[in-house]
Write a protein that binds this ligand. Structure first.
Ligand code: RIB
Length: 296
């Protein structure tokens, strides 16, 4: 079975439904509050597992009810969480507003995620023995750098979703096989490195997700590959990018080409936006395959 390992964050999402996102200084009333599993790391691990990969998650939670809920959620999806630590900090929490168009704004309190500062020898072994390592930027950067270096040395494919965006050190970029960003993140990275050849020069494979327009893949000097998203009615975009990344990781871990994996993960993300919440919206493999079969 293809093996994916995710080193990243796990949060509990407090999601407020609002007619529109409040402007600075404005108060709006919520049409409903839900509490869901989330966090970019956990979301991507769940997406990889539901897409069919044997998935391991390395992260940190607090010794609190949210931490227990996160662990239970990982177990429900069959994700190996033996290396998840419990630390002396509250579990990560996200405050999310979702408007009537399905767009969101998110504030993350890292909490326990910020304590994931070291990788043990067991962590290193797990990273080295996986087919694909997937990471994001909601944990300390030094941990992301360390995991990427271990994976690079071991021949594990390194996928980085550079979200939330920040500039990326050269040693981290040098360890990447695949960089996944959205349009805003792509623009920020390109602006931070003028003259570096643009976003497509930052990794051997660069994917820019385009929301309802799908995604574009750049691989070296080859012509770009654009995959449009199916037309759907979006109710909540939260976790769509994470669904994309986890599904993409599972697809390349099982040997799909980058183009095939791109089609697979665009469809997975388009399914996720039709359901509210992050983890609750992530589709199972059978659903992705059925949708792909219907549009080919
Ligand atoms: O990408 C969506 C995720 O961002 C949410 O689940 C939230 O927890 C934040 O990490």
């Amino acid at each position: 079975m293809p093996a994916v390992i995710v080193v990243g964050s796990a949060n509990i999402d407090q999601v407020f439904r609002v007619e529109r996102i409040p402007a600075p200084g404005e108060t709006v009333l919520s049409a409903g509050l839900t509490t869901n599993l989330g966090g970019k790391g956990q979301n991507q691990a769940v997406a990889a597992a539901r897409a069919g990969a044997a998935t391991t998650f390395i992260g940190a939670v607090g010794d609190d009810s949210f931490g227990a809920t996160i662990r239970a959620g990982l177990a429900t999806d069959g994700i190996d969480a033996a290396l998840v630590r419990t630390v002396d900090a509250p579990s990560g929490t996200a405050l999310i507003a979702v408007d009537d168009a399905g767009e969101n704004t998110i504030i993350v309190e890292a909490g326990a995620n910020g304590a994931l500062r070291e990788l043990s020898s067991q962590d290193a072994d797990a990273v080295a023995s996986a087919d694909v390592l997937v990471m994001q930027l909601e944990i300390p950067l030094e941990t992301v750098q360390a995991a990427a270096g271990i994976a690079r040395a071991a021949g594990t494919t390194v996928v980085l979703n550079a979200a939330p965006i920040r500039d990326l050190p050269d040693d981290l970029l040098a360890s990447l096989d695949v960089l996944v960003v959205n349009e805003h993140e792509a623009a920020a990275l390109a602006d931070a490195r003028p003259g570096a050849g643009g976003i497509r020069a930052l990794a051997p494979v660069v994917i820019v997700t385009l929301g309802s327009a799908g995604a574009v893949l750049y691989e070296g000097d080859a012509p770009e590959v654009r995959v449009p998203a199916p037309k759907v009615t979006a109710v909540d975009a939260t976790g769509a990018g994470d669904t994309f990344c986890g599904a993409f990781a599972a697809a390349i871990a099982e040997g799909q080409s980058h183009e095939s994996a791109l089609r697979f993960s665009v469809v997975a993300a388009s399914l996720s936006v039709q359901v509210r919440g992050a983890v609750p919206s992530i589709p199972q493999r059978a659903r992705i395959d059925a949708e792909l079969a219907a549009i080919i």
